[in-house]
Design a protein around this ligand. Structure first.
Ligand code: MRU
Length: 348
């Protein structure tokens, strides 16, 4: 399994996704502040992965604390929660993980735990968040494999793989599970401008796993579909609203519309921690806008003339009507999504 994030000698260590595929280097986080910086600067990215990172960051916050009493520890813990929540706005898994850790901390305080016991409780909960994420990816992969025909040509956008999760992946988890089930699968990876998660990360993961991979630029997917070369689209998600509208990497909406125009099923693969039942539809999902430099520059080289303005939203929203199914660890949700998503979340 790919080493996205793990503990090493009491520190949180993550592979630096900004440097892949050229270099495999690791970033060591000693404090919650280090983890917040790693999320903000895209050392680690992908909705489930940043949720796992936040949980581990909170474990670091209590481990590193020198608080002499539980009230002081609580102040430091909640401050770390606020800092981690301020890193990126769109992926709901981040907030889901922080809220889960807060609930566990509050219950442990109520139960009268000592500072040492609170530290052990938070440590154990962060490990559960990580383990459950990997288990969810494996379970949703198994459900998703059923919708992948043999000899399938799958188009994906961005990176929804092991790197974007605690391990195994969501969209790429579906691909991996189909391959493990003995199906032949070839993947087309959109390069995913401007951060190139598809060209750099999806291709890196799949090549390592020996899965046939062809990288295309984002503008090529329509021609590829028209040429009859795509059987299905599978993407991940950063937040799924209660009605099934899906926020994912910028460019996903374009792919969904193209898939509909060519009669190709468009699937979203995500654990239920990505479903936000408190947001009724996609209009309520905050969309992160990132630095213009991601578009104007490629490394040190400037691509655009001085004076040109730039719009750089990191995500878009695909309306539910374009989505054939949402593959979760509890099965494939079908339209109408209001009912099927509530059922998957155990809120029916
Ligand atoms: O900006 P990023 O790289 O964090 O965006 C990631 C995506 O959009 C992924 O498709 C999404 O988080 C799903 S990851 C399983």
């Amino acid at each position: 399994m790919l080493p996205t994030i793990d503990w090493e000698d009491g520190d949180v260590v993550m592979i630096d996704q900004r440097k892949l595929p050229a270099r495999e280097v690791y970033v060591r986080c000693r404090t919650a502040k280090d983890v917040a910086k790693a999320i903000r600067t895209m050392v680690i990215r992908g909705a489930p992965a940043i949720g796992v990172a936040a949980a581990m960051g909170l474990a670091l916050a209590v481990r590193r604390s020198t608080a002499t009493g539980t009230t002081q520890l609580a102040t430091e813990f909640y401050r770390a929660c606020g800092m981690l929540a301020a890193t990126r706005p769109t992926a709901v898994n981040l907030f889901w993980a922080i809220e889960r850790m807060k609930r566990v901390f509050a219950a442990a305080m109520l139960a009268g735990q000592s500072t040492d016991e609170l530290t052990a409780t938070i440590d154990a909960e962060s490990a559960r968040v990580h383990d459950e994420d990997v288990a969810s990816c494996r379970a949703l992969g198994a459900h998703g494999a059923a919708v992948v025909p043999d000899d399938a040509r799958v188009l994906t956008h961005c990176n929804a793989g092991a790197l974007a999760t605690g391990g195994y992946g969501t969209a790429l988890g579906v691909v991996r599970a189909a391959v493990e089930a003995g199906k032949r699968v070839a993947v087309f990876a959109d390069e995913t401008r401007p951060f190139l998660q598809g060209a750099r990360l999806t291709a890196w993961e799949l090549v390592r796993d020996g899965i046939e991979t062809t990288v295309i630029t984002d503008g090529m997917s329509g021609a590829l579909m028209r040429a009859g070369c795509v059987d299905l689209v599978v993407v991940g998600a950063d937040r799924i609203a209660a009605n099934g509208d899906v926020a994912n990497k910028i460019g996903t909406y374009t792919v969904a519309v193209l898939a509909r125009a060519h009669g190709i099923p468009f699937y979203v693969a995500a654990p239920v921690s990505t479903i936000d039942l408190s947001t009724p539809d996609g209009s309520g999902i905050p969309i992160e806008e990132r630095d213009a430099k991601e578009i104007t520059h490629l490394g040190p080289a400037q691509l655009t003339p001085e004076g040109a303005s730039v719009w750089n939203p990191a995500f878009d929203v695909t309306p539910a009507e374009y989505v054939a199914g949402i593959i979760t660890e509890h099965g494939v949700c079908r339209p109408p999504f209001d009912a099927s998503l509530r059922e998957a979340c155990g809120a029916a």
